[in-house]
Ligand binder design. Structure first.
Ligand code: PGA
Length: 261
């Protein structure tokens, strides 16, 4: 059984001192959890110091630009991140809504990350909760493929080749659940994730689609984590707010570790 993933997206939070304490705590308290892959996504100015101090901790960047270098004031390139992080989060809903990133830009970033052998964590999600009650999985698949969510996944991965899927992680994060305290149910996450997998299968093959890790994100806490750890097809979680609290984030990692055993 492959490892479940528990990823922490710190967003634009923490001072340098707080970041070092939190990262060290995460490393110390999760290093024995063999059934999960834990990674943190701190603000980029802290990455090098955390990398030097926490050698065993997996790191991710919260964003990068699609170009490798040049006159792009304020941006960070994949070239700069290479060797520091394993993962790079792309297309997060806050990037899409606050910074107007469209799927064409996300697709370019995704291809650049793959070329650099950084593992992209591609975030996709719908604005409004979809109505799935009473629908068969086949009906849900048909509905999702034509929805903004399905179109977002297809457009964001338009430059991806079949082989590339080995290196991609998908973070399914319904926008209505991010930072709202209104998490999706495990049943909802399972159904939508299966629909996303069927889209990937159409582009590639069932075997490739089944192997792509798809995480759920959106108001994950230590209290609702068991629901996602048990949910079919959910390969882990991307945690925002709760990843800033050491005890909560560690508890979520322990819950997923328990489930993998
Ligand atoms: P949240 O954020 O857990 O605070 O809802 C998740 C995310 O945006 O990745």
């Amino acid at each position: 059984m492959s490892k479940k993933m528990v990823f922490g997206n710190w967003k634009m939070n923490t001072t340098y001192g707080e970041a070092m304490i939190l990262a060290s705590g995460v490393e110390r308290r999760t290093e024995d959890l063999e059934g999960v892959e834990v990674a943190i996504f701190p603000p980029s100015p802290w990455l090098v110091s955390i990398k030097e101090k926490c050698k065993r901790l997996h790191l991710g960047a919260q964003n990068m630009y699609s170009k490798l270098e040049g006159a792009y004031t304020g941006e960070v390139s994949g070239n700069m991140l290479k060797g520091i992080v394993k993962y790079v989060l792309l297309g997060h809903s806050e990037r899409r809504s606050v910074f107007n990133e469209d799927s064409a830009l996300v697709a370019a970033k995704l291809k650049t990350a793959l070329n650099l052998h950084l593992s992209p964590v591609l975030a996709v999600g719908e604005e409004q909760m979809m109505s799935i009650d009473g629908k068969t999985q086949e009906e849900i698949n048909k509905f999702v493929v034509d929805s903004t969510l399905g179109k977002m996944l297809i457009a964001s991965t338009e430059r991806v080749d079949s082989d590339d899927w080995r290196d991609i992680v998908i973070a399914y994060e319904p926008v209505w659940a991010i930072g709202t305290g209104k998490n999706a149910t495990g049943k909802y996450a399972t159904a939508i994730i299966e629909a996303l997998r069927s889209i990937i299968a159409q582009k590639t093959s069932r075997g490739i689609a089944n192997a792509v890790p798809i995480l759920y994100g959106g108001s994950v806490t230590r209290h609702n984590a068991p629901e996602f750890a048990e949910a079919q097809g959910v390969d882990g979680v991307l945690v925002g707010g709760a990843s800033l609290k050491l005890a909560d984030f560690v508890a979520i990692a322990e819950i997923f570790n328990q489930q993998t055993k």
